[in-house]
Design a protein around this ligand. Structure first.
Ligand code: FE2
Length: 377
């Protein structure tokens, strides 16, 4: 039998929910009131500041209703507010809250080369016309940090149509899009297109672009397959074999820089492995080309830091870590640039390879996905 009791101090109430007792503070409840004077009915935004709520707010009474609500009366305002019990249950904070270091946030699945058998792929026309297909595809990006798209128009700027599925292009000093174009010279049949080590893009930006899209327009040269690597999986492997090395890469900032064109001097001071303040693994920055001199690691730890950096690179480079695929004209892929590293194998022979790339942001993916879920797609 559910019940609600108010502590004699009036500073909190206890709801005996089906999941057990849940306590809520008077100040928390008052600040989260959902009535029309506290929250704008249209957009849900808060209309008051904390300064509008008396510092000595307490709960006078809390009465359950028959239809799953609790009516709470606050003093000294003598204000009554109705709360849905389900709403409170979803926001309960009187529970064990994990602060486990290097934990994954919910919904994230680690992967390795085995995912090649079951690549997350969307068909462009389906993604445009079928909300369920789009929801599944966005959900895969949130889960795995990357996804492919097949059957896009093999036309310049078609990658913008992919971004329009969930958000907006992030324009940079490279433009709204950048060209990745190589013509393999027939007089030089060696590996003219250099392989690139797996990396995240633009770690010298703050904030980094959190999504990259690469779209294939021409691909007649042999080789040049794209690869992606789960940076979270590599970081956690490093931690399991060398916890101190993981901590060094997470607790000390690296420095990244790009100043390769006139008028541009992008610098960032950020760790290679980023944890949230409460310990969740939230980001990877890894790019051998744009790492600059590291000056935030003390002398007595620098050699160990470099050993950890070297080992992380080895783990990223392991063939078993990578998922490979070939992009044909009209194919594209999208990575969460805060988690998944991308690479290109070398290519050779005669032919052309033309991709266009652009940046966008992950908050659009999360927003579109969550809005679809809330709308009960
Ligand atoms: Fe890149």
């Amino acid at each position: 039998m559910t019940s609600v009791t108010v502590d004699p101090s009036g500073t909190f109430l206890t709801w005996q929910s089906d999941a057990g007792p849940l306590r809520f503070h008077a100040i928390w409840l008052r600040d989260n009131a959902q009535d029309a004077q506290t929250r704008a009915p249209g957009n849900g935004q808060r209309l008051i500041t904390l300064g509008d709520i008396p510092r000595n707010t307490t709960i006078d009474t809390a009465v359950l209703t028959d239809d799953g609500h609790v009516d709470v009366r606050f003093l000294p305002e003598a204000k009554s507010v109705r709360f849905q019990l389900d709403w409170l249950g979803e926001r309960a904070y009187d529970r064990d809250i994990s602060r486990e270091r290097a934990r994954l946030e919910s919904g994230v699945t680690l992967w390795n080369c085995d995912l090649e058998e079951n690549l997350p792929i969307g068909d462009f026309e389906h993604l445009q016309s079928d909300g369920e297909a789009l929801g599944d595809w966005l959900g895969n990006i949130l889960r795995y940090g990357f996804a492919l798209v097949r059957n896009t128009p093999a036309e310049p700027e078609a990658l913008f149509k992919i971004v329009e599925l969930f958000g907006y292009v992030r324009e940079t000093n490279y433009g709204r899009l950048f060209e990745v174009r190589t013509e393999v010279n027939p007089t030089n049949l060696a590996f003219t297109g250099l392989a690139l080590q797996a990396h995240t893009d633009n770690p010298y930006r703050d904030p980094v672009p959190t999504v990259q899209v690469l779209h294939c327009l021409e691909s007649s040269a042999a080789g040049g397959e794209n690869m992606v690597v789960d940076g979270f999986a590599a970081a956690l492997k490093l931690r399991s074999e060398n916890p101190k090395g993981f901590d060094l890469l997470a607790d000390y900032c690296a420095r990244f820089e790009y100043s390769g064109e006139p008028g541009v001097c992008l610098t960032a001071r950020q760790p290679m492995i980023e944890l949230s303040p409460d310990g969740a693994l939230v980001g990877i920055r890894f790019n051998n080309r744009s790492l600059s001199a590291i000056t935030d690691v003390p002398f007595h730890l620098m050699e160990e830091y470099y050993a950890a950096y070297r080992r992380l690179a080895q783990l990223i480079d392991e063939p078993s870590s990578a998922v490979s695929f070939r992009l044909n004209p009209g194919d594209a892929f999208l990575v969460d640039n805060t988690r998944v590293l991308h690479a290109r194998k070398g290519y050779a022979g005669v032919g052309t390879r033309w991709l266009q790339g652009c940046y966008a942001d992950k908050d659009g993916i999360r927003s579109t996905y969550d809005a679809m879920k809330r709308a009960g797609r």
